[in-house]
Design a protein around this ligand. Structure first.
Ligand SMILES: Cc1cc2nc3c(=O)[nH]c(=O)nc-3n(C[C@H](O)[C@H](O)[C@H](O)COP(=O)(O)O)c2cc1C
Ligand code: SF4
Length: 449
């Protein structure tokens, strides 16, 4: 079932190298795109139903069509921040098949008449950025783009777009597109008020219209240009066309990245690819889009659900960037809510009060419950704080940060009840959580301790 549109390294060893990529059809899609009009390229991407793989699933061709072609300077920004909990696919693409993402970004640059491409990587990806720089230099030297670019577009104009990498400092919020743009500009990595949106004059990089696309999104583009939108739509289901890289982690035997057509079910992903529950336990819960999306209770109905942008809606959940975190029956769900909330409290940029204060209070009340001092009214208090955060924050982070509490309470109310009515006590929580913590501490301890 697996089909390697993106993970071509599985079929072609060393495709990360410019020479190998070129010998295997690399940059042919760019040449083909340059022989077409900009509108033709955008229409092809639109017709393919390619949707953004960074989380929101916005139609890529539609986003490109928002850019005003008569503006003298536009930009493409590749979102390689990869900060969502449980997401680790963009790194694999950049390490193993970087030219396909670069080629996709260049095709986008042509289509939207961009002056330059910036690849924004989280700070921890410095090694990935250095390797990318080397591969970009090889492709530039070969005359594919940059000041000495030899290619010409359909009107005979030389294609001189250049590409630069930019490292952030490792903040989750800098994956949000407007915080990311601020970060590239050397400003504090905090989201901007919208409108204007990045595609509008005044809203993008250096105030110029800008397309921000995820690494995986752009890596799909060369295949679409080479093979056509109709072929692409034959993969996947409905409005979820193509393949998706599912980042599978947690209590499965075989965690990892799996590139599969949209429409594969949770059961197939967790059992056929993931190998079933680790240590023979039972699957209990799934976070299908990392910590930021609503949690699911594992039932037969959930296991048989096709993984698409639309199908998860019936459980009030989302596919997001498809960072599927699986938990077995040893996991305490209130502990999960607390753990994920601590992440969001730490990563809140602090610009708006409901998010800054809300994450603080959610964390504090959850700590109280897990310390054995919780009351029934604490669950209502958590719900009230979280629900007040969601419609009042400046960016979607506020909604993400409230989801772990709202949805663990909605989906697993009995777990909260057990903590606040005293039938569950801190010692029991430690019995579950401690072995993992002790293993980590033991691994980190200096030899001989
Ligand atoms: C708090 C927050 C964090 C985000 N982190 C990422 C990220 O790490 N990588 C990413 O591609 N998109 C991330 N996004 C989504 C981006 O804002 C944006 O929608 C995306 O880069 C657009 O690209 P796409 O259309 O190709 O998905 C994040 C959004 C929010 C609200
Ligand atoms: S919602 Fe949170 S992360 Fe987003 S701008 Fe407000 S404080 Fe910052």
């Amino acid at each position: 079932m697996s089909l390697n549109i993106i993970f071509r390294e599985k079929d072609i060893p060393n495709i990360r190298e410019f020479d190998v990529y070129s010998k295997n059809g690399g940059y042919e899609a760019l040449k083909k795109a340059l022989s077409q009009t900009r509108k033709q390229v955008i229409d092809e991407v639109k017709a393919s139903n390619l949707r953004g793989r960074g989380g929101a699933g916005f139609p890529t061709g539609v986003k490109w069509s928002f850019i005003p072609q008569d503006n003298p300077i536009n930009y493409v920004v590749v979102n390689a921040d990869e900060s969502e909990t449980g997401t680790f696919k963009d790194r694999q693409i950049m390490e193993n098949n970087p030219h396909q993402m670069i080629e996709g970004a260049l095709i986008c640059a042509y289509a939207i008449k961009a002056a330059a491409v910036y690849i924004y990587l989280r700070g921890e990806f410095w090694d990935v950025a250095h390797a990318l720089d080397a591969e970009i230099a090889r492709a530039r030297k070969a005359g594919l783009f940059g000041p000495n670019g030899k290619l010409k577009d359909a009107d005979g104009n030389p294609f001189k777009v250049d590409i630069f990498t930019h490292l952030g400092a490792g903040a989750y919020i800098c994956g949000e597109e407007t915080a990311l743009l601020n970060s590239i500009e050397g400003k504090l990595g905090q989201p901007r008020v919208r409108p204007p949106f990045p595609a509008n004059k005044g809203g993008g990089l250096y105030n110029e219209p800008t397309v921000v696309n995820n690494v995986e999104t752009l890596a799909n583009v060369p295949w679409i240009i080479n093979n056509g939108a109709e072929e692409y739509k034959k993969i996947g289901v409905g409005s979820s066309s193509g393949t998706k890289i599912f980042c599978l982690s947690g209590h499965v035997k075989n965690p990892g990245n799996y590139e599969l057509p949209f429409g594969v079910t949770f059961r197939q992903l967790l059992y056929d690819y993931g190998g079933g529950p680790l240590n023979g336990g039972e699957f209990k819960a799934i976070l299908p889009s990392g910590g930021s999306g609503p949690i699911l209770r594992v039932t037969d109905e959930v296991l048989d659900t096709p993984l698409t942008y639309d199908d998860l809606r019936k459980f009030n959940s989302i596919l997001g960037s498809a960072s599927v975190i699986v938990m077995d029956d040893t996991v305490d769900i209130v502990w999960v809510a607390s753990k994920v909330t601590k992440f969001f409290k730490h990563e809140s940029c602090g610009k708006c009060t409901p998010c800054r204060e809300g994450t603080y209070w959610l964390d504090k009340v959850l700590d109280r419950i897990l310390a054995g001092g919780g009351k029934e009214s604490d669950v209502d208090l958590i719900m009230s704080v979280a629900k007040n955060m969601q419609p009042t924050t400046l960016c979607a982070f506020g909604e993400f940060a409230a989801n772990p509490t709202i949805w663990t309470i909605n989906v697993f109310p009995e777990e909260f009840k057990a903590w606040v009515d005293g039938s569950k006590k801190p010692a029991e929580e430690k019995a579950v959580a401690r072995p993992a913590r002790e293993r980590v501490a033991a691994a980190a301890a200096p030899a001989g301790d």
